[in-house]
Design a binder for this molecule. Structure first.
Ligand SMILES: [Zn+2]
Length: 90
């Protein structure tokens, strides 16, 4: 991916997140890049947004089995397993 595409992806992430609450997974589907890429962009996006005094909402990961929300989780990487139901469909 070229530098220009990286910038575009970040810009799209910022635009999406200022409009609607999305998770890294939602973003990866909306933009068409891998979730791993989204996570990498989010680190930069957060800095950019902080400097612009914008507010962005990243939805926390949620367990697909019991809908437990990983609200405490500050990082964007997907948790390995759910602390409530021990399921791995996170
Ligand atoms: Zn669960």
């Amino acid at each position: 991916m070229g530098n220009e595409n990286q910038q575009t992806a970040r810009q799209r992430i910022i635009t999406l997140l200022t409009e609607v609450e999305m998770s890294a997974r939602d973003l990866s589907q909306a933009i068409g890049i891998r979730e791993k890429e989204v996570v990498r962009h989010l680190v930069h996006v957060e800095k950019t947004v902080a400097s612009q005094k914008k507010n962005l909402v990243i939805r926390p990961f949620q367990c697909l089995d019991c809908e437990y929300m990983f609200k405490e989780r500050k990082r964007y990487t997907r948790p390995g397993r759910c602390p409530r139901c021990k399921g791995t469909h996170v």
